[in-house]
Design a protein around this ligand. Structure first.
Ligand SMILES: Cc1cc2nc3c(=O)[nH]c(=O)nc-3n(C[C@H](O)[C@H](O)[C@H](O)COP(=O)(O)OP(=O)(O)OC[C@H]3O[C@@H](n4cnc5c(N)ncnc54)[C@H](O)[C@@H]3O)c2cc1C
Ligand SMILES: NC(=O)c1ccc[n+]([C@@H]2O[C@H](COP(=O)([O-])OP(=O)(O)OC[C@H]3O[C@@H](n4cnc5c(N)ncnc54)[C@H](O)[C@@H]3O)[C@@H](O)[C@H]2O)c1
Length: 486
């Protein structure tokens, strides 16, 4: 076969690239050896969001008392809490229905209709210019590796001998884990821990460092408090010595603080959420003249590998493409590669302009530089904030935990934004435009936004840029002077 483009892997990255290429009537072959859609519907964003939505509904019922609404209540710590019955088997069915509904977009039939030639086989390089997919030899003008990643487990003594869940297997469980130990406090760990706690599991998170190490510390603190309020037990800076099977479940043995005895944590289930490994072993990359490291296929800013005709995108890409992985980062990279492959336009990936959202309650969203990153580059930055507590809509919804925080240079150019609070994942959108297009906070402050919305908190944060100006005696004198003219 001699297509123009051969894409390896039909996850978020590969599907995005293959369907966009086919839309331009470019001959494209897509090779996939597992389920269509990769981890995105089956063990990633869609399933996690669907499970999270169920957890959010359960919590909304519990907390409805604040709005004067009850559904059979009991007293917990002197607070009236509505009783919630969770039928976990039906929660599981809801998640599977959502996965099935979204899977239609990724189906072989849809791809065929779009003109994508799909080969269901494992792909591997046999030379710099040829990939084998089963017994098909494919010589394409361009290859795009989009083979994604899978959950990885740490080298923890005893872990290989205990049954554990991962973000791939959790969604097929039909009985609620009663006492869930979550190993790892990155995005996967905290999102799934909070969801399971809200669905009624007793949850402990065990994290080697601190929760969400890459997040703005102030924002992470708000989320940390929310996890504690949800009844989650946090073990941060924990050193796990071993995992063991015990009667009724699994035990993690944690090193005690200096001189103190080891600490034993028992659960009915263990979820390992300690990171992901790229799917690159089966590709025979060295035969293709392609370099890799522990993070995956090494690419430059143009997403090219050491072999000029081969690109890598999505979770399997390392080097200039590394950073928090997400479906939207994968889509963005697919668009860049297509521009280069079809139109020979020079492209440069810009990981800073890709937002990251942790879908907990409250959501934590960021784009561009964090305060810490910006301070490393320059001292001439301005930090602007607006708390949710001073937003009328947040008051109406009892959702006052959170803030908008902007990082700008001295002239107001937006370098980054972090939002923690209800709807942060939606509120970050205009800031993504601001960062990518080099807009200023003055541009954002000048927008007319609907009242009362959470978005107003963004505008108020931008407007606070003018606060020092308003206090300047010269400006006050100018206003006084102009008022004399009627
Ligand atoms: C719990 C969880 C929640 C998440 N939530 C979000 C979220 O809310 N928003 C977000 O944007 N991101 C989220 N992510 C991240 C997101 O799911 C991934 O970044 C994204 O799915 C990666 O897409 P991909 O195409 O690179 O890889 P994958 O989806 O892993 O797809 C790779 C495909 O390649 C195939 N493949 C591998 N090797 C070969 C081979 N040799 N030959 C042929 N085929 C091969 C695989 O079978 C697979 O289908 C989440 C991840 C997790 C774990
Ligand atoms: N909402 C989203 O977009 C979303 C959600 C989930 C995952 N993801 C992406 O998937 C990728 C993987 O995320 P992740 O959370 O699975 O991994 P991660 O690497 O981001 O976090 C893993 C955490 O586990 C901890 N850890 C590692 N070994 C440990 C041990 N032995 N004991 C205790 N703690 C240990 C680490 O300190 C780290 O905090 C990231 O790129 C992330 O951006 C995105």
């Amino acid at each position: 076969m001699t297509p123009d483009i051969c894409v390896i892997g039909a996850g978020a990255a590969g599907l995005s690239l293959a369907t966009a290429a086919a839309a331009f009537r470019v001959p494209v072959v897509l090779v996939e050896h597992g389920s269509m859609g990769g981890s995105h519907p089956n063990a990633g964003d869609i399933s996690a969001r669907a499970l999270g939505a169920a957890g959010a509904r359960a919590q909304a019922v519990r907390e409805a008392g604040r709005f004067g609404i009850s559904a059979g209540a009991s007293q917990v710590n002197d607070v009236q809490v509505n009783d919630v019955q969770v039928n976990y088997a039906r929660v599981h069915d809801h998640v599977q229905r959502v996965v099935a509904a979204t899977a239609r977009n990724d189906s072989a039939e849809r791809l065929a209709a779009l003109g994508v030639h799909l080969i269901r086989s494992e792909a591997r390089f046999i030379s710099r210019s040829t990939v084998m997919a089963g017994d098909q030899a494919i010589k394409a003008r361009r290859f795009v590796i989009a083979t994604g990643s899978r959950p990885s487990a740490p080298p923890l003594p005893g872990l290989d001998a205990v049954p554990f869940l991962t973000s791939e297997s959790l969604f097929s469980v039909t009985r609620r884990p009663e006492r869930l130990l979550v190993l790892g406090g990155g995005s996967t760990g905290v999102e799934l821990a909070q969801t399971m706690a809200r669905l009624g599991s007793t949850v402990s998170i065990v994290e080697a460092g601190h929760l969400l190490p890459h997040a703005d510390p102030e924002a992470a603190l708000i989320l940390r408090r929310a996890l504690l309020r949800d009844g989650i037990t946090l073990h941060e800076r924990a050193r796990v010595l071993r995992a063991e099977t015990v009667k009724g479940g699994i035990r993690l043995v944690l090193a005690g603080p200096d001189g103190e005895a080891d600490h034993k944590l028992d659960g009915t289930h263990l979820l390992v959420a300690t990171g992901r490994s790229p799917n690159i072993e089966a590709l025979d990359l060295e035969l293709g003249g392609i370099n890799s490291d522990i993070g995956g296929v090494i690419v430059d800013k143009g997403l090219r590998t050491g072999n000029r005709r081969v690109f890598a995108i999505g979770d399997c890409a390392s080097g200039a493409a590394g950073g928090p992985h997400s479906s939207h980062a994968a889509h963005d990279q697919a668009g860049l590669v297509l521009r280069n492959a079809l139109f020979r336009l020079p492209v440069r990936t810009n990981a800073t302009a890709i937002p990251h959202v942790t879908y907990c309650h409250p959501e934590l969203a960021s784009v561009g530089l964090s305060e810490v990153e910006a301070r490393k580059r320059s001292n001439a930055i301005t930090i602007l904030r607006w708390p949710y507590a001073e937003n009328d809509r947040a008051q109406a919804e009892h959702e006052t935990d959170g803030f908008v925080k902007l990082v700008a240079d001295r002239r107001g150019r937006v370098l980054g934004a972090t939002i923690v609070g209800t709807g942060a994942g939606e509120l970050i959108a205009p800031w993504c435009i601001a960062v990518r297009k080099g807009l200023t906070v003055q541009d954002m402050a000048g927008l007319a936004l609907p009242y009362p919305t959470f978005s107003e908190a963004s505008k108020r944060a931008a407007m606070s840029f003018y606060a020092p100006l308003a206090a300047k005696p010269g400006i006050r004198r100018l206003i006084g002077f102009l008022s004399r003219f009627g």
